[in-house]
Design a protein around this ligand. Structure first.
Ligand code: SAM
Length: 120
């Protein structure tokens, strides 16, 4: 994953919201595929050409992001479970967004497409 999920750091990063998140740590990618049995997996990378907003997100979709320092390795991007590679548009000359911002943009887009269920 590329960062430490140990309790003090997670608590600090998540402020008082962290216990609202449901987090599962899988042993490795194969264990994650076995547990999730995904129909569709979107790998997010600045190297893709299709924009993240071009997809109609569905329940059960897996959104796959790379670790902060290195991004997704080629072997993961080209894993047979990955059904699409998507890019979040950026202004020219920028290499990438940080991981939390990238994840927030995509999750929010999926939530927006479904009419923000559960929002107030
Ligand atoms: C900080 S970035 C990784 C940077 C890494 N040094 C690189 O050049 O690939 C962490 C993760 O955020 C996601 N990400 C960041 N910017 C993105 C973009 N413009 N489009 C899609 N995914 C992005 C990717 O999943 C990436 O692996």
């Amino acid at each position: 994953m590329g960062f430490d999920l140990s309790e003090p750091k997670l608590r600090r990063a998540g402020l008082d919201y962290h216990d609202l998140a449901s987090v599962t740590v899988h042993e490795d990618l194969d264990s994650a595929w076995a547990a999730l049995k995904p129909q569709r997996v979107f790998a997010f990378t600045a190297h893709a050409s299709q924009p993240h907003s071009a997809v109609a997100y569905q329940p059960g979709d897996v959104l796959l992001f790379g670790p902060e320092p290195t991004g997704l390795p080629d072997a993961v991007r080209n894993d047979s479970h990955v059904t699409g590679q998507l890019r979040i548009p950026m202004i020219p000359g920028r290499r990438s967004l940080n991981l939390s911002n990238a994840a927030a943009i995509v999750v929010y887009e999926a939530w927006r497409q479904h009419g923000f269920p559960g929002a107030v």
